[in-house]
Design a protein around this ligand. Sequence first.
Ligand code: SF4
Length: 327
Amino acid sequence: MIKVDNLSTSYKTIDGDIHVLNDLNFTINDNEIFGIAGESGCGKTTLLKTLYDIIEWPLNIDKGQIVLSGEKNGKEFSYKSGEIRKTWWNNIAYVPQAAQSVLDPITRLKKQFLDSIPAEDRKRETKEETLKRVADYLEELSLSKDILEAYPFQLSGGMRQRVIIALATFMSPNVVLADEPTTALDVVVQRGILMMLTRLQKELKNTMVIVSHDMGVHYQITDRMGIMYSGSMIELGPTEGIFEDPIHPYTTMLVNALPRVGDKSAKVGIPGRPPALKNPPPGCRFAPRCPYATVKCRASVPEFREIKPGRFAACHLLKEGGGMTSV
Ligand code: SF4
């Protein structure tokens, strides 16, 4: 389980701090595919990096923390921000954005697999035994073991993405974080990658966190999802509920703008653009684009709260149990 507890982060720049994540509070459960959606620049990738404990200058945690806890091989574990990196690959793995370019193009894949295995685990068996396990694992994932002899530059983009996912999941981590895993791939390859991720999650019964700006990706594979806007989580709940019955005004406009099979009505985008994180408006950051914005919206930040069971949102006008207060 991942608990995001009161988390705020910022980037330190010579022109001042840019507050990227603001008071995030939510939980990602064991054995689920959790999606994080939102427009470019809303903080999705920063959140994923913070979950993976890549806290390197100029990024800084201003307050709060992440707690990663669970059980593996009969042993319970718990790591918080600053400690999570100790358990990289074993309990948590990361598939970065543009993962295809992460592989060293001039090192054979078998060496890259061996290097990804923590030293403690490598000591338990010979190199040949490890490579046999890697080869068996690749075949389980319908990848030829022959690719272990290949260099990344010899593989297609889609194949490199599959290899990265195989690398990330080889140690059966409790959590896999994937940043835009299908970006820059054609639709057929995208579908193959999504099927691979879904199948792996079902087999490993672990937690997958998928960041994508593509709502179609979330609709196809996630169980629950969070919608981010300008560094804040503004809605969170089961994916089906979010698509069928969005409750936050931003999510409602976002979902209504999506094309649907058989729906020939003209789609209207959300007017305006997200505020600059360097100089956001006071109060609700969506207020400049929200058709319901009130004086209170422009003055005070709405609390992220449970509106109805399992459904969370940050909006002053949402009533407990659902529905909006009339303005
Ligand atoms: Fe719109 Fe106000 Fe709700 Fe923000 S708090 S989404 S401005 S109604």
